[in-house]
Design a protein around this ligand. Structure first.
Ligand code: SF4
Ligand code: SF4
Ligand code: SF4
Length: 309
């Protein structure tokens, strides 16, 4: 692979020619703000927060999609760039619920992080607010459309779950929202509760329901737990406070695997002292389950009992 030299914020770096500006900046330790970019997902360059200025180019360019070229000179925080980012953030915050005080995502929310970084406030201008629609039907996911910034990451990651494609973006413009199947609730939909969409949502629009109200992120320690249910080994996170494990949440799928519910429930069962009741789906309904059913152990235990007789 041919390599090129590029200068970003007056620092030079040599990178492969198929790198984007955003990837080259990361090599220099420069974080360019982004909401819709994820290195594991298709690049759509829709949030436009990663705009940068390129010497000799009158228009700002999205750094997540623009490839590097030899001799390119890039600036990531000029006044023009910062002004553009402020406008984008203001448009998002003008119709966003002012809910950071109690939002479970606070402390990890990218919108909150960038609003603070660029000193952009909630609802500086009057206008329409997003309709409040909260889907509480899943015992594993809370979906709050009023906080959705339509980055599409959940849709793109759900597409990677084999045979699923549960989520899509419906409607247009201001009314665009994420829907499950043909606008069904998560319970009625074909969602398999892998929580993969929750792991990529940059804001509090998709939350792990089993972690709600248990802790604020700045109060907990997190340790990684690698699932051993199958040979792929997806990553989960165990959240603990005062030496007590209080919840588990999905972190990252392993290559080719979706982060399945069985793996997550096994991680909860092994790590949490008093795990919450598990639920499984029967047709279009979530029903309470026993742990041996949820972990798929019923057959094994039955056979063991027969062998013990
Ligand atoms: S999603 Fe982020 S910005 Fe919105 S209320 Fe929650 S923490 Fe605040
Ligand atoms: S939990 Fe999994 S299957 Fe359900 S919507 Fe999210 S990514 Fe898709
Ligand atoms: S629910 Fe979250 S990940 Fe999905 S489009 Fe909205 S903000 Fe993005």
């Amino acid at each position: 692979m041919r390599h090129v030299t590029i200068t970003i914020d007056k620092q030079s770096v040599v990178v492969p020619e198929n790198y984007t500006i955003l990837q080259a900046a990361e090599k220099l330790g420069i974080h360019i703000p982004r909401l819709c970019y994820d290195p594991n997902l298709e690049i759509v360059a829709s949030c436009r927060l990663c705009l940068v200025e390129i010497e000799g180019n009158p228009k700002l360019q999205t750094s997540c999609s623009m490839l590097v070229s030899d001799g390119m000179v890039v600036y990531t925080e000029t006044k023009k760039v910062v002004d553009a980012r402020k406008v984008i953030l203001q448009l998002l915050l003008d119709n966003h619920p002012n809910d950071c005080l109690t939002c479970q995502k606070a402390g990890e929310c990218l919108l909150q992080t960038y609003a603070y970084r660029y000193d952009v406030r909630f609802r500086e201008h009057d206008g329409a607010y997003k309709e409040k629609y909260i889907d509480t039907t899943s015992p594993y996911i809370l979906k709050d459309d009023s906080k959705c910034i339509v980055c599409g990451k959940c849709v793109r990651t759900c597409e990677q779950v084999s045979d699923r494609k549960v989520l899509t973006l419906a409607n247009r413009g201001f009314d665009t929202r994420v829907v499950a199947d043909a606008n069904l609730t998560l319970e009625e939909s074909s969602c398999v509760s892998c929580n993969r969409c929750v792991t990529v949502c940059p804001v509090g629009a998709l939350l792990d329901k089993r972690t709600l109200g248990k802790s604020r992120i700045w109060d907990v320690n997190t340790t990684e737990f690698r699932c051993k249910v199958c040979e792929y080994g997806c990553d989960f996170e165990v959240l603990s406070r005062k030496d007590k494990n209080i919840s588990v949440r999905a972190k990252a799928p392993s290559n080719g695997r979706p982060l399945c519910l069985k793996g997550r429930l096994t991680a909860e069962f092994l790590n949490i002292d008093e795990p919450e009741t598990p639920y499984r789906k029967e047709k279009d309904k979530f029903v309470e389950s026993s742990w041996k059913e949820a972990l798929g152990l019923s057959d094994i235990l039955e056979k063991m009992q027969k062998l013990d007789k």
